[in-house]
Design a protein around this ligand. Sequence first.
Ligand code: ATP
Ligand code: MG
Ligand code: FE
Length: 345
Amino acid sequence: PIVLGIESTCDETAAAIVQGGTLRSNVVASSMDEHARYGGVIPEIASRAHAQAFVPVVSKALADAGLEVSDVDAIAVSAGPGLAGCLAVGVSGAKALGWAAGKPVYGVNHVIGHVAVTQLQFGALPANTMALIVSGGHTSLLHVEDIARHVDVVGTTLDDAAGECFDKVARLLGFPYPGGPHIDRHAQRGDSHAIHVPQGLTQGRAGKQHPYDFSFSGVKTAVARWIEERKAAGEPIPVDDVCASLAASVADVLAKKAMRGCAQYDADTLIVGGGFSANSQLRQALLTAGEEHGVDVRLPRIALCTDNGAMVAMLGSNLVQAGITPSSTDFPIDSAMPLEQIVMP
Ligand code: ATP
Ligand code: MG
Ligand code: FE
């Protein structure tokens, strides 16, 4: 099938065409620069940017593929999770386009799109696959039995997402938003054993077992306290070492729990996605752990890790191929769409 995918959950307005599992076009416009001076994404600004970019971005995705909207078999759009005002722009636009062109519309789960997109680089998903999705807003370990029909949430973060933790520490170190990539760069020059950074939730909390869950707010607090003590003592902050120690702690626990999940479900494939999977320390930790445990770690190229339209189009393609009923014409957005819900009824 030929599927147009549309993405507007956060600060990227994106559209792409996937035809029979092949990417035909992929257009991304970001409002990140407009948010940088506020130190985080401002929903109102992002919504306005989506309203401006929607038609140009979708038009370009169609033109780059040499298609018109009448040529597509279906339209897929992220219906959640994400910022409500942002989702509303993309979903309204997709519905209007579908209605005018007489095309079915699928309101899909953005996070499951991060899993689906890996098929564009590595081919179809094996029937029994684990997926680690890590970004500024999500840290989830999923078991994917059938991407069109059934996904289980195995673990999730109990507080901050991995990218959020990096961004918060980056702010303390004076890096501009988003700080994750700056930590990555400095970590490459630092000593990861220089500072003791605790690993979030390796044991479980308050007597409860959380073998597959994550917790990064304590990690951030520990690093923040260490920095404050150094400052109070009038000592310089070894920025590279702080970054290297933080990155190693976060990468290790993510890799460890992902491998534990693979063993539990007897899965020999691990899909990785989300903007934080651009992190070089995490990529290295996952590749090393994968080799050790005999798990095929599918790390897509960076452009497919960050938010894009290809992920939405690819998931839409999976749904069309599986014969899943399109969403109703009045399907809602859901800013907290559960990860078990792949598509809006
Ligand atoms: P969502 O959570 O809805 O998917 P998002 O905008 O938070 O949306 P992405 O755009 O996929 O997610 O990822 C952005 C996050 O990834 C930010 O927290 C950013 O700091 C982090 N990030 C990007 N590159 C790197 C890197 N090389 N190292 C560490 N963190 C990174
Ligand atoms: Mg983003
Ligand atoms: Fe995302």
